[in-house]
Write a protein that binds this ligand. Structure first.
Ligand SMILES: Nc1ncnc2c1ncn2[C@@H]1O[C@H](COP(=O)(O)OP(=O)(O)O)[C@@H](O)[C@H]1O
Ligand SMILES: [Mg+2]
Length: 245
């Protein structure tokens, strides 16, 4: 059974694209055929993050215009066999229709075990519906109070529309929080958002350094371990959440 996973947050800059790329990489490395669909129209970044910037010949815009099939526009990422990406249109004015995106994602179930949808931030009508209808919603927050409050608002809306398959990723956790000195802070965030935790990713300069040059995260980093564990939990493995590395 394939799974459509939407990565979302209330606030911008919480790390949705980073998480989509690194989770996609981790799932693919663990052997699952994975596609990332980038929905942040006009703000394409997945090509840089995954090291394919010179190779984007077709994108989601071409698929929406009917110029090519989604599968043909998906680019194989060299960093990991099993990982492909359908890049956002570089044109920010391409019309996004919920039904079109949902059909593309549903069609891709034939080829991929996981279809990760990297969304834009906030409650934007069309994207909101796409997220609500996915199989799993990953709500991303940083440890910043405004990000936490916005995550709560988004999550409440999904629950109202009866999507209960939500999991929380706390991203950019400071060293103090990540190293378990401050587990109360994590509990406070989980309570404030009201969504079950699936993983905590540390704030780590290695992440922008790797994604900025389209390279894989070093397997020795805490961040790599965090994404590998999130991937395994997404696949249904029961792995306790140990914050300390
Ligand atoms: N865990 C992290 N540690 C350090 N920097 C991060 C982390 N996650 C994301 N970033 C950085 O934060 C910025 C915003 O991340 P991005 O993934 O583009 O957010 P979004 O897609 O939610 O707007 C980027 O510069 C990214 O490299
Ligand atoms: Mg983004």
């Amino acid at each position: 059974m394939s799974k459509i996973i939407a990565v979302t947050s209330g606030k911008g800059g919480t790390g949705k694209s980073t998480i989509s790329a690194c989770l996609g990489y981790a799932l693919a490395k663990q052997g699952a055929r994975t596609l990332i669909i980038e929905l942040d129209f006009g703000l394409r970044c997945m090509d840089i993050m995954l090291g394919i910037s010179g190779r984007v010949e077709k994108d989601l815009g071409d698929v929406l215009k009917g110029d090519c099939e989604a599968y043909d526009a998906a680019i194989d990422v060299k960093l990991a066999t099993n990982l492909s990406v359908l890049c956002a249109p570089s044109d920010p004015f391409v019309q996004l229709k919920v039904e079109d995106i949902e059909k593309i994602a549903a069609d891709m179930r034939k080829y991929f075990e996981y279809v990760i949808i990297d969304t834009s931030s906030g409650i934007n009508g069309s994207v909101f519906d796409i997220v609500t209808n996915s199989d799993l919603i990953l709500v991303v927050t940083s440890i910043d109070p405004t990000s936490i409050r916005d995550a709560r608002m988004m999550s409440d809306e999904f629950y109202k529309r009866s999507n209960k398959k939500q999991r929380l990723i706390i991203n950019k956790a400071s060293k103090k929080v990540f190293d378990n000195d401050d587990i109360d802070d994590l509990d406070m965030i989980i309570d404030a958002v009201g969504v079950q935790l699936i993983g905590v990713v540390p704030e780590d300069p290695e992440i922008p350094m790797s994604t900025g040059k389209g390279a894989a995260l070093a397997s020795s980093t805490q961040a790599f371990a965090a994404f590998s564990n999130i991937a395994r939990r997404v696949k249904g493995d029961s792995i306790p959440i140990e914050i300390k590395a």
